[in-house]
Structure formats: structure tokens, C-alpha cells
Design a protein around this ligand. Sequence first.
Ligand SMILES: [Zn+2]
Length: 148
Amino acid sequence: MVRERRCKKCHDLIQIRPQNPNQKYCSKRECQRARKAQWQRNKLKNDKAYRDNQREAGRKWRERNPDYWRNYRKRNPDYVRHNRLQQRVRNHRKRRRDDASILIAKMDASNPKKYIRSGCYELVPIGAEVANMDASIVEINVLSGGYG
Ligand SMILES: [Zn+2]
């Protein structure tokens, strides 16, 4: 019986040969590239010597190619725009977290019942991805004990 499995990248069927029983990717170029990238991510995560080595190699490479990223950004305005947008989202999130900390700090103050003000709030699921900001606008009306 021929064993088969789906490629982790393209989900095509691959026939598992006894010489390579753990094969997870097919032989397509992009799938092999994905396999290598996955291997490297794993290595970077789990192997400190490899990580240090890579960091040092990267530092030397940047020394030899000081203009690479400046030129890359010049050639790829979409990349720059995308990064800027992502950063704006991160900044927005951070501000909101800081506001939440202020709110929590106020909760600790003398009158614990007076922490929420009536108004509209953005409700964001904890752990939501930066790319898809699934925020809902909710309105909170404090019926008693609040300061608004
Ligand atoms: Zn594949």
C-alpha cells in the first residue's frame, strides 16, 4: 500500500517513500522553500549558537551593504506604506493599553465604585491580530456608581 499525505504548503498529495517517512512537503520549489524557512524558524527558536551565529552574520552583511535597506525602501513604496500602517496600528494599540492602565490605576484609588464613565468604547478581542482589527464600538451607560 502506498502511503500518502498532504503537503504542508500547497496541500497536494505526496507519496511517502520508506526512505523519507517523515516527509511533510512536496518537491515543488516554493514548498521546499517553505520547508527550509520553517526549519530555520525552528532552529532560531531553539538553538542559541545558531541564533548568535546568524545575528553576527547579519551584522557583518549590513556592514558590507549599508545602503541596502534604504535602496530597498526607495524601490518598494508599497512595502514602506504597509509598514507605516502596521506601525500606526501598533501605536494606536499601545496608546489604548496605556489608557487602560490609567483606568486600572484609577480603580485602585479611594472610591472603587467610580471607575467607568458612560460613553462609547472600542471593544477589541484580546489577542486580535494587528492585520485584522476586529473592533466593535460599544456604548456603556453607567446606571449607578460611576462618575459620568
Ligand atoms: Zn507542496
